[in-house]
Design a binder for this molecule. Structure first.
Ligand SMILES: *Cc1c(COP(=O)(O)O)cnc(C)c1O
Length: 457
C-alpha cells in the first residue's frame, strides 16, 4: 500500500495543464470523475501497477476514460449488407425531402399544433391526415409513435374487455418483443383464437361471431411465411363476415406498402389502399418499413372509429413527435406527387436494376484493384416479404481472415457493415447510399492494404 502514498491529490492534478485541456473538452465534473476513477483503479490494482505514476500518466489514463465515456455510439454506418429495411441499422433511410423538411424546422418553432388561418390551436394529426386520406381513400387517419403503439391503441381504445377474434395462423411474433397475443392481452381485449396453425376458414369466423364481439383482427404474418397446406379467407371475405355480424375488421398490415411490389419482380405485398377498398374498418402500418419514412405508426379508416381512438388517453401517451411527423409528411408528399420510386431510398433500392448495380460493383472493383464481381441476392428485411429476394451483383473479396476484416470494416469512420459468405467478404451496392460510395471505397481500400496486424481492438 505504501507506494500509493505518493499518488497526487485530485487538486494538484486539476492544476496540471493537461487537466485544463481535458476540462476544456469534457467539462470539469466529468474530468473530476475520470481522475477519481483513475486514482481508485491505481489503488485497487485494477490497472497495471507502475513503480511511479507521474501526474501526466494519470491524466493520460483519465483522458482515455473520458473518451470512452463520451464516444457516440449512435452514428451513421454504410449498409453494404443488401438488406434494405435492416432493423438493426435503423430500417428505412430518409429521403432528401424529409431531410430538408426536418432541417428547416429543427431549430425553431413550427405550426405543429397551430392553425395559421385562424391563429388558433390546431391538431398535430391534421398535417399527415389530409395526405393519408387522399392517398389511401380512407375517411380519417391518426399517426402515432410506431405501429406497435398503433395496434395497442386501436385495441385498447375500441376492444377493451371485448372479444377479439384472431386466427391461429396469425398469432405471430414480429421480433423486438412484439407478439400478437401479448399485445392483445395488454390491451385488455379478450383474445378468441380460431382455426389451426395452418388453416382457418370463413366458417371458423362465423362460428366465433355467434357471441357479441369487439372486432375481427387480421395480422400480417410479416417475417413468417405460411406455405404448404394452408388457407385463410381474403380480407374482403373477412370484412363481409365482420359487418354482417355488426362488428369491425381491424387489419394490422405491418409494412403497409403504398406501391405495388410485384412491379419490381417481388411477390405482391398487401397494399394499404387494398385494405381500405377491401372493407377493413381500421388499418395499421409502420412509417419506416416499405413506406420508407421515419419511425411512425399509422392508423387509417372509418372517421367515427378514429375520432374515438383520438380521444383515448393512450393516444396522448403514444403521440408522434414533431420531427418524425415533419419527415413523414414530407415522405408522403412524394407519394402524392408520384415521385416515390425515384426519390424515396427504399423504393430506389428496390427498383435498382441488376445492370446498374453491376456497373457500380465494376467501378468498385477497379478502384480497389481487387475482388470478384459475382451475382447474389438482396433482401427486403424489416419483416416484409419474407423469403423474397432481388437479384443483385456483389463484390466478393478474398482476404486471409474474413472475420478480422469484417471487424476492421466496422471500425472505419463511417463503419462499413458487410457480410461473409463462403469465406469471402461480400459488398452489396443495392443498400449503399450514393453519397456514401465515395467514403466506402477509400475506407475498404485502407483496410485491405493494411498489413494484417491481427485482430484490431
Ligand atoms: C412491424 C410490425 C409491427 C410493429 O411495427 P413497428 O412500427 O415496428 O412498431 C406490428 N405488426 C406487424 C404485422 C408488423 O409487421
Amino acid at each position: 500500500m505504501s507506494e500509493f502514498r505518493n499518488l497526487p491529490s485530485v487538486d494538484r492534478l486539476l492544476r496540471n495543464k493537461d487537466a485544463k485541456v481535458l476540462m476544456n473538452e469534457y467539462g470539469r465534473p466529468l474530468t473530476l470523475d475520470a481522475i477519481r476513477v483513475t486514482l481508485d483503479a491505481i489503488r485497487d490494482g485494477s490497472i497495471e501497477t507502475k513503480e511511479k505514476w507521474p501526474d501526466e500518466a494519470i491524466l493520460l489514463h483519465a483522458g482515455s476514460i473520458l473518451q470512452q465515456w463520451t464516444i457516440p455510439t449512435l452514428t451513421p454506418v454504410i449498409n453494404a449488407t443488401g438488406v434494405i429495411l435492416h432493423t438493426n441499422l435503423g430500417r428505412s433511410p430518409f429521403c432528401q425531402a424529409a431531410k430538408e423538411a426536418v432541417l428547416s424546422s429543427i431549430s425553431g418553432y413550427c405550426t405543429l399544433e397551430y392553425e395559421l388561418e385562424e391563429g388558433e390551436r390546431g391538431s398535430r394529426s391534421d398535417h399527415a391526415e389530409k395526405i393519408l386520406t387522399r392517398l389511401t381513400g380512407a375517411e380519417a387517419a391518426l399517426v402515432v409513435n410506431n405501429n406497435a403503439a398503433a395496434v395497442l391503441l386501436v385495441l385498447t381504445g375500441l376492444c377493451k374487455r371485448k372479444r377479439v377474434i384472431i386466427s391461429r395462423t396469425q398469432l405471430v411474433e414480429i421480433g423486438g418483443g412484439f407478439r400478437v397475443p401479448d399485445v392483445l392481452a395488454q390491451s385488455g381485449a379478450k383474445m378468441v383464437e380460431i382455426g389451426t396453425t395452418n388453416r382457418v376458414h370463413p366458417g371458423d369466423y362465423e362460428e366465433a361471431l355467434k357471441e357479441d364481439t369487439g372486432a375481427l383482427l387480421r395480422a400480417h404474418h410479416s417475417n413468417y411465411r405460411l406455405t404448404g397446406f394452408t388457407s385463410e379467407p381474403s380480407l374482403e371475405e373477412m370484412a363481409v363476415i365482420a359487418h354482417s355480424h355488426g362488428t369491425i375488421l381491424i387489419d394490422d398490415l405491418g409494412s403497409g406498402a403504398l406501391l405495388e411490389t410485384a412491379q419490381f419482380g417481388l411477390a405482391h405485398e398487401p397494399m394499404v389502399q387494398e385494405s381500405i377498398s377491401g372493407g377493413a374498418d381500421l388499418v395499421c402500418f409502420s412509417g419506416d418499413k416499405l413506406l420508407g419514412g421515419p419511425q411512425a405508426g399509422i392508423i387509417i379508416g372509418k372517421r367515427e372509429l378514429i375520432t374515438k381512438i383520438k380521444k383515448h388517453p393512450l393516444a396522448r401517451a403514444v403521440r408522434i413527435d414533431k420531427l418524425s411527423l415533419i419527415a413523414l409528411t414530407a415522405t408522403l408528399d412524394l407519394y402524392l406527387r408520384d415521385r416515390a420510386v425515384t426519390e424515396i431510398p427504399v423504393w430506389q433500392m428496390i427498383a435498382a436494376t441488376p445492370e446498374v448495380l453491376k456497373k457500380k460493383v465494376n467501378l468498385w472493383k477497379s478502384a480497389l484493384g481487387m475482388g470478384e464481381v459475382i451475382t447474389g441476392l438482396s433482401t427486403i428485411g424489416g419483416g416484409s416479404l419474407p423469403g423474397e429476394t432481388l437479384p443483385t451483383w456483389l463484390l466478393a473479396l478474398e482476404v486471409s481472415s474474413p472475420k478480422n476484416t469484417l471487424i476492421k470494416l466496422r471500425y472505419l469512420q463511417p463503419p462499413v457493415i458487410a457480410r461473409i459468405e463462403k469465406n469471402r467478404i461480400l459488398l452489396d451496392p443495392r443498400t449503399v447510399l450514393p453519397e456514401q460510395e465515395e467514403q466506402l471505397i477509400p475506407g475498404v481500400f485502407g483496410v485491405l492494404s493494411e498489413k494484417d496486424t491481427g485482430n484490431k481492438k
